[in-house]
Design a protein around this ligand. Structure first.
Ligand code: IMP
Length: 444
């Protein structure tokens, strides 16, 4: 039995939620390893839509263990909102602490992180440097973690340690808040009281998640590692500084859980048949200005609006240069190909196969974001695939020949097989070509 990591191969919003939900049927444990409630994973099961921000997308499968590991930045208030709404909707049973566990080591997002995220973005919008964050406090919480002044989940259960850590953090925060951001100061006592209250409620959910995973590994129970955001938003390997603050690539699944490299046998990258990006930053194949009507059509048909913030997603053609980079930095062993149905009835489909910069042809993503901002995409123009009934397509052979050719073109370019093809938002609108949890071929 194998363990599988699922990561976004673009700028996020590729459809990881759907793939994780599907693969959860094959795993015993589903683990979020980085990011926080900046993620928005949309699942459609029996026509019912559920959007998850923090809880692993395996939660709709009864009997599965859902873990939030040390690499996640954890907002307890958001966590309980999500738990309560899942219980109220009857999507999970009345004792969610029995199968949802949160790492003692995860860092806590506190209200001052959200405040600073917002104030920083507001200040930046008056000059340069606006990232277009989700304003969920992600960056400031990771900053505190790395600066060694963060509050961890375990601290919420230890009143004295919590008070000491909050005092220490607030002292500095208040200087920044008052004098740099000209905003309100944080009051210790109400925050402390709120944290203690959340901690008490959290107690039954808190666990040594790493140990649970080690035991599962020893017992040969399959684990699914659920990535959030996408490769090009990785803090080390993405389009820095227009990135999120965590390691979204497959390596993050190891540091974010405390597993060694041999724990993961397959890495599946999720990509759409086109590209989207939310927030600011370079996007070589963007067509918002050059092909405005096409961008609007794709956005409308593909429902390309942020699941977390409701923001419009910027739209562009498939960028194979950036995808090749994602194959390399994640060590992808397979691709899940999403939303080809959105491009139905297009006469032609463009795919970017290289960039032009200052008269040179670039086959690789430049490291320098200023260069990436200046590249112009070189496109191959491929024939469109007419229309097909996504609900009736059960095998690749049911898809139009031109779409099959297109998929082969992408596989050949990237040197990675497409293991799953999604033809619509529902669980049933999927063609599973290879099962990454076993060596067998077809699951449909
Ligand atoms: P942050 O993660 O909120 O700090 O935002 C940093 C950048 O990552 C911004 O450009 C966000 O739009 C982007 N981002 C964060 N989470 C997601 C996501 O789940 N999907 C797509 N973009 C995201």
């Amino acid at each position: 039995m194998k363990n599988v990591a699922v990561v976004g191969a673009q700028w996020g919003d590729e459809g990881k939620g759907k793939v994780v939900d599907l693969y959860s049927a094959r795993a015993d444990l589903i683990v979020r390893f980085q990011g926080g409630n900046n993620a928005g994973h949309t699942l459609v099961v029996n026509g019912k839509k559920t959007v998850l921000h923090l809880i692993p997308s395996g939660v709709l499968h009864p009997g599965k263990i859902c873990l939030i590991a040390n690499g996640v930045v954890f907002d307890p208030a958001v966590f309980f909102e999500e738990v309560d709404s899942l219980v109220a909707a009857g999507a999970v049973g009345p004792n969610p602490h029995q199968f949802i566990k949160v790492s003692e080591r995860a860092h806590v997002i506190l209200p001052y992180h959200c405040l600073m995220d917002r104030l920083r973005e507001e200040k930046a919008s008056k000059g340069a440097g606006k990232i277009g964050t989700t304003v969920r406090g992600i960056g400031p919480a990771y900053e505190d973690k790395v600066a060694r002044r963060g509050v961890q989940v375990i601290d919420l259960l230890r009143p004295e340690v919590l008070r000491r850590k909050l005092e220490h953090a607030i002292e500095e925060k208040n200087v920044l808040l008052r004098h740099y951001f000209e905003g309100p100061a944080i009051q210790l006592e109400p925050l402390y009281a709120e944290c203690l209250k959340l901690g008490q409620r959290l107690r039954p959910f808190v666990a040594d998640v790493r140990k649970l995973m080690v035991e599962a590994l020893k017992a040969g129970r399959p684990i699914l590692f659920e990535g959030a955001q996408g490769t090009l938003l990785d803090v080390d390997h993405g389009t820095y500084p227009f990135v999120t603050s965590s390691n979204t690539v497959s390596g993050g699944a190891l540091t974010g859980t405390g597993m060694g490299p041999s724990a993961i046998s397959q890495v599946i990258g999720i990509t759409k048949a086109y590209t989207t990006r939310v927030g600011t930053g370079p996007f070589p194949t963007e067509i918002e200005v050059t092909e405005k009507e096409t961008a609007e059509l794709i956005r409308k048909v593909g429902v390309e609006f942020g699941a977390t913030t409701g923001r419009l997603r910027r739209v562009g053609w498939l960028d194979l240069v950036a995808l090749k980079y994602a194959v390399e930095v994640n060590g992808l062993t397979g691709l899940a190909f999403m939303k080809a149905d959105v491009l139905q009835n297009f006469a032609t489909i463009k795919v970017c196969t290289s960039y032009q910069l200052d008269g040179r042809t670039l086959l690789d993503l430049p490291s320098c974001v200023e260069d990436l901002e200046r590249v112009s995409p070189h496109y191959e123009v491929l024939p469109g695939w007419g229309s097909f009934d996504p609900k009736k397509a059960k095998n690749l052979a049911d898809l139009p020949r031109t779409l099959q050719d297109y998929l082969q073109y992408v596989e050949k370019f990237l040197g990675v097989p497409i293991v799953l093809m999604s033809t619509g938002p529902g669980r049933e609108e999927t063609i599973q070509i290879k099962d990454p949890f076993s060596d067998s071929c077809c699951c449909n």
